[in-house]
Design a protein around this ligand. Structure first.
Ligand code: ISJ
Length: 150
């Protein structure tokens, strides 16, 4: 199973608690559509470089973005109902977004090297340990991954 790939996807989603905290501190909404376009355009370019279908990669990346927004919303709800907020919040613009782009590129390099198959689902489920990721988002991510090579 593509363990490094699944680890990189989990790592990307693990930034979303910090992203949510920064947005809550700075009165910004979870969704940023112009930023999503930057992320999707970068993914299309990287897809072509790696010989992957740009359209299929876009669908998978949209699933990653949707999962990212669900996780952020989940954290904001938890904090509103009294859970402790993170103390040190990295800067979204300077620190986190460059990391997200780097991980996006890494995810596509790994995905080009090792296609994901239906039989990898259990390994995927076990590798995605990030909190606040719903089963629905997890399933949509896995479908998107498998479909990249269809
Ligand atoms: C991660 C962010 O939050 C959302 C999710 C995005 C992503 O997964 O790349 C991009 C824009 C936002 O809609 C962000 O604002 O950078």
């Amino acid at each position: 199973a593509p363990d490094k790939l699944f680890g990189a996807i989990n790592e990307r989603l693990s930034f979303m608690q910090s992203v949510a905290a920064w947005k809550a501190d700075n009165d910004k909404p979870v969704e940023d559509l112009p930023r999503e376009k930057v992320v999707l355009d970068a993914a299309r370019e990287k897809a072509v470089e790696n010989g992957l279908s740009a359209d299929n990669v876009t669908l998978f990346f949209q699933a990653q973005i949707d999962a990212a927004k669900d996780i952020q919303t989940c954290w904001i709800e938890r904090w509103e109902s009294g859970e402790a907020r993170p103390q040190n919040v990295p800067d979204l613009i300077k620190d986190v977004r460059p990391e997200l782009l780097r991980l996006g590129n890494e995810i596509l390099t790994l995905l080009a090297e090792s296609p994901v198959e239906a039989s990898d689902q259990q390994a995927f489920t076990e590798a995605l340990t990030v909190e606040c990721l719903s089963d629905g988002s997890k399933n949509a991510l896995f479908e998107g991954l498998v479909d990249v090579h269809d």
